[in-house]
Design a protein around this ligand. Structure first.
Ligand code: TRP
Length: 412
């Protein structure tokens, strides 16, 4: 097992150069490791992955092109990196079409607030640019990687789909699909997958994902399945058979290896390279260097948590950047960079001015961690209550409607 891990790490292209240095972060679609209390060093990751930082120029351009205030995920560096976003803005200016693609691996029934980040941003992008959206549920990926039966992964996927719908996606412009079903419903999807598979070698996926000789052939073939929805040929009903509609993918940075492969293969099969926007990771309650896991209920706040559970977990577990005693805190101030309540507020408190005031007053020592916790509890209780209320209205029929292959309310 340990040997396999070593083999895996050593063969990863973007991570391998860092294995000689113990304090470098490790990031791939299945593992994220950082030894620093402030989490992963994203500037270094941009360099290693070869993507581009989302800078003020890009944010200003999004604002001027759309006429809308940029989402706080952009202005606060939560979506921090991109590939070819200017190309997407050029298309939008020229009134040419593009579409959005994101996804989720349905490994656990309970989604936590960190899982919401790419979806909340995708929803904002869909509303801002008024474009179609496809959401892939990789039930096959989770079946291949986890100890889970096909029946169980199917059930969990459907629960997750309902959670995602509860965030308020527009049914007329959103298609959600599970791989196991959609491959059978749409021959063009499977054809696109196999086209990709024919043009990517084992050596290439070994280099990108670190697969070894003892990995199942299912895993080795899977990256083509996640790549395929980046090409409009996978959705003939939505795009009226057009194979060249460009795609923009909002995702967490750990998914980038899949799309490096996708962008690499695209010109070889006469398809457009997808553009990307990457988000940072969402930290565990216990701190940015500890692992958040859906199977550890105390590591995050879940969509199924009650107001009391939210309150108790934050009070008990949210890592504090405050000082040991009140006197010391008043004197030295708190550290927002490691304080999890502040970090979570950065994700979920919409009011920029209030956030900035909290930052200043906590840093100066005027505010204690308890105050930040109180604010965070209120923000998350409201967010979760709203989603839970909406979730109650999402019936099996509504989920089925989102998941029916069909033409969307967008003409191509
Ligand atoms: N592999 C992703 C996960 O495990 C799911 C996924 C599929 C995805 N397609 C995607 C995520 C596109 C982001 C963008 O969660």
């Amino acid at each position: 097992m340990a040997e396999q891990q070593v083999e895996k790490m050593a063969s990863l292209d973007v991570n391998s150069e860092s294995t000689d240095s113990k304090d470098e972060d490790f990031v791939d679609p299945w593992n994220v490791q950082s030894s620093s209390a402030t989490g992963v060093d994203y500037a270094k990751l941009i360099e290693r992955f070869g993507c581009t930082a989302i800078d003020q120029v890009l944010i200003d351009r999004i604002k001027s092109v759309t006429g809308k205030d940029p989402h706080w995920f952009l202005t606060r560096g939560i979506f921090f990196s991109h590939r070819e976003m200017h190309k997407i803005l050029n298309l939008y200016e020229q009134k040419k079409p593009f579409y959005l693609y994101t996804g989720r691996g349905p490994s656990s029934e309970a989604m936590h607030v960190g899982h919401l980040i790419p979806f909340l941003f995708t929803k904002w992008l869909q509303e801002t640019f008024d474009v179609p959206l496809v959401i892939q549920m990789t039930d096959d990926e989770k079946y291949l990687w986890k100890d889970i039966t096909m029946e169980e992964v199917r059930r969990v996927a459907l629960e997750n789909v309902k959670d995602i719908i509860s965030l308020g996606f527009d049914m007329e412009k959103t298609f959600i699909f599970c791989d196991f079903d959609y491959v059978g419903q749409c021959p063009e999807f499977y054809r696109t997958i196999v086209k990709i598979q024919k043009h990517v070698t084992f050596n290439q996926v070994k280099g990108i994902f670190g697969f070894g000789n003892s990995d199942s052939i299912g895993k080795i073939a899977f990256p083509a399945v996640q790549a395929a929805p980046s090409f409009s040929s996978s959705f003939p009903l939505i795009f009226n058979g057009k194979k060249d509609v460009p795609c923009l993918i909002p995702c967490a940075i750990d998914q980038d290896p899949y799309f490096r492969m996708t962008r690499d293969v695209a010109p070889r099969i006469d398809f457009q390279k997808p553009a990307l926007m990457h988000s940072v990771f969402f930290p565990a309650l216990q701190g940015a260097n500890s692992k958040m896991s859906a199977s550890e209920p105390n590591s995050s706040i879940f969509l199924t948590d009650t107001p009391k559970q939210i309150k108790d977990k934050i009070n008990k577990y949210a890592f504090s950047g405050g000082q040991a005693t009140v006197e010391e805190h008043r004197e030295k101030g708190g550290n927002c960079d490691v304080d999890i309540s502040f970090q979570y507020l950065k994700f979920f408190l919409e009011d920029d001015e209030r956030l900035e005031k909290i930052r200043q007053d906590y840093t100066s020592g005027e505010l204690l961690t308890g105050y930040l916790k109180k604010d965070l509890i209120a923000v998350l209780q409201k967010l979760i209550a709203d989603i839970q209320a909406k979730r109650k209205t999402v019936t099996d029929d509504i989920a089925k409607a989102f998941m029916t292959p069909r033409k969307l309310k967008c003409d191509f």
